[in-house]
Design a protein around this ligand. Structure first.
Ligand SMILES: Cc1ncc(COP(=O)(O)O)c(C=O)c1O
Length: 412
């Protein structure tokens, strides 16, 4: 085994501050989001899958995968944010009370009459755009989605399937975000963005609060297993909205005894890692093609509002090579005997790949010790997507694309 780790990490020594987490993710917001989501036809809790055999093999008590590939047949968690933010936006626009805000009202002819000239718009790397297109279709409203030029055809087609107009922008995800902000102003579209920027924070906050339905469900599922809370949470980050929501929820709920929080990014698009590294109170961007297989995490600019939560809560930041995610996908798809299989895409599997690296690679002992990862640990991971790019999924799982270099092969 190579004694050199193949990932980089930063352990946060900064004093924790959960104020922002509590302000945005107090459990009452999660309960409200959940009460909205459960009205959506077809809503059901996604499974929390236990990989007990893998956990024992690598020296942990439990690994629990919240499987968002099952979410409303949309193959990703993203719709939880977009649907809730659109609901909140309409609530505010039409001056509805919390009690008046119902799914039934949103899809009613009366509501449509008031909104029929609206167009929702967003930039995306795929999954968020699909969620917004889906929600717009349910409301019978127009939707425009900008994708960047590295977006795969499968992801574009999946958005068009829900009736949205899709434009391909020359540049990366962050360029698409900037372009749609300009065009929305010009054409009067309403942006529903998962990332924030100065002066545009309310909708991204609603999106993050929408994600917390996932954590509320996970807590109910843990309760059913007699587990009060996970000891560790590994969460992947693009702009950091999901990470902020996940960590913010748990930090607010377990202020006095929080789990350890670890944020994982692709090494080619690690804007949150970079921001943590400089630790100078400003965001640090990554530019260029952001050429990673983890399409959902290919973001070079963190969401400021997400960072304001992560800054006070995270225990460690990691950046990992692409093959770590490919290995995670294979471990999930072909599990140890007795463990359930999980279909996980490139952005979904990376936290498991990162956990596997820490637990099996020499040179990781320091991190393992600081985080207290041991046979008493119960780790929560969110599988944020299924095979959202089916051909690439098969190339990785069947054809062995993005293979692990010899020095880092599994040894037992
Ligand atoms: C599958 C998947 N996982 C994780 C993320 C990361 O979410 P965020 O950009 O909020 O960090 C995304 C974002 O698009 C995604 O599509």
């Amino acid at each position: 085994m190579n004694d050199q780790r193949d990932f980089e990490y930063i352990v946060r020594t900064k004093k924790k501050d959960f104020t922002k987490a509590d302000e945005l993710f107090n459990i009452r917001y999660a309960r409200f989001a959940r009460s909205f989501h459960r009205q959506i036809p077809g809503y059901k809790m996604t499974s929390l899958k236990s990989l007990a055999n893998l956990a024992h093999m690598i020296g942990l008590e439990g690994i629990y995968i919240k499987d968002e590939s099952e979410r409303l047949h949309l193959n990703s968690f993203k719709v939880m944010g977009g649907s809730f933010a659109i609901a909140r936006f309409i609530q505010k626009k039409l001056n509805l009370s919390d009690e008046q805000l119902s799914y039934e009202y949103l899809v009613s002819p009366e509501c449509h009459e008031k909104l029929k000239d609206m167009t929702f718009a967003s930039a995306t790397d795929g999954n968020h755009g699909r969620g917004i297109a889906w929600a717009s279709m349910k409301l019978n409203l127009k939707c425009v989605i900008y994708v960047h030029k590295y977006t795969s055809q499968a992801r574009i087609d999946a958005i068009r399937n829900y009736g949205a107009r899709v434009e391909v922008i020359d540049g990366n995800y962050d360029d698409a975000v900037r372009q749609i902000a300009i065009d929305a102003e010009k054409y009067g579209w309403q942006i529903i963005s998962d990332t924030s920027w100065p002066g545009y924070e309310e909708i991204p906050t609603w999106i993050m609060q929408g994600y917390t339905t996932i954590m509320l469900e996970a807590q109910e599922e843990f309760a059913g297993l007699g587990i009060i809370r996970p000891t560790h949470i590994f969460v992947q980050a693009g702009v950091g909205a999901l990470a902020a929501a996940t960590i913010g929820f748990y930090a607010s709920l377990f202020k006095d005894d929080p789990p350890k929080f670890i944020v994982v990014e692709p090494d080619k698009a690690a804007c949150i890692f970079e921001t943590a590294k400089y630790n100078d109170g400003t965001l640090h961007n990554i530019t260029g093609s952001l050429d990673t297989i983890m399409a959902g995490l290919a973001c070079g600019e963190a969401s400021p509002i997400a960072w304001s939560v992560l800054d006070g809560t995270v225990d460690a930041f990691m950046k990992v090579p692409d093959y770590t995610s490919a290995r995670g996908m294979r471990i999930l798809a072909v599990p140890l005997k007795g463990d359930p299989f999980v279909i996980s895409g490139e952005s979904g599997a990376v936290p498991l790949g990162a956990l596997y690296s820490i637990m099996t690679e020499e040179g990781s002992e320091g991190l393992k010790a600081v985080l207290g990862l041991n046979e008493k640990s119960n780790v929560l991971i969110i599988n944020t997507e299924g095979n959202t790019d089916p051909t690439h999924f098969r190339q990785i799982i069947w054809d062995g694309l993005d293979n692990v270099p010899k020095d880092y092969l599994t040894r037992k």
